[in-house]
Design a protein around this ligand. Structure first.
Ligand code: NI
Length: 155
């Protein structure tokens, strides 16, 4: 088995909070990431596909094709977006790096022309990274329609 990886980057904003928590609970659990108007990250996404090289091409998957698929299926939909509001397939989930890995997997899995999705690795920063290998997991969704955002204050 051969494992090939394509890397992509995107920048996006998010806010980590649970609408069923009190303000104090959100503050305690999510701390700075609970900032009401969000904050940004420069994400690095690595998608690993496994398989055997094709006899005629030598490819597990054509990495140019994987790049194009990644752009259409993930990057173009999340880059320069607010992950809490702007992305249809992320609606209602808490956009932690863990949950993003799972949701990206679900978008990508059936889109590969060859090989099999092996790992989604997502760096939220140089220090924080999550790996997902496709094990079954339930991601709860929340009603975020009642979300409050602080009005900006002008001095
Ligand atoms: Ni964050």
């Amino acid at each position: 088995m051969i494992f090939v990886t394509r890397k992509a980057t995107f920048s996006a904003a998010h806010r980590l909070y649970n609408p069923t928590f009190t303000d104090e609970q959100n503050e305690a659990v999510f701390d700075k990431c609970n900032n009401p108007n969000g904050h940004g990250h420069n994400y690095v996404l690595e998608v690993t596909v496994k398989g055997l090289p094709d006899a005629k091409t030598g490819y597990v998957i054509d990495l140019k094709q994987l790049k194009d698929i990644l752009n259409v299926v993930i990057i173009d939909r999340v880059d320069h977006k607010h992950l809490n509001y702007d992305v249809d397939f992320l609606r209602g989930i808490i956009p932690t790096v863990e949950n993003l890995c799972v949701m990206f997997w679900r978008e990508l899995e059936s889109r590969l022309p060859s090989g099999e999705l092996h790992r989604i690795r997502l760096y939220e920063s140089d220090q924080n990274v999550a790996d997902y290998y496709g094990a079954p997991v339930t991601i709860p969704t929340y009603d975020l329609s009642s979300e409050r955002r602080n009005e900006p204050s002008y001095v």
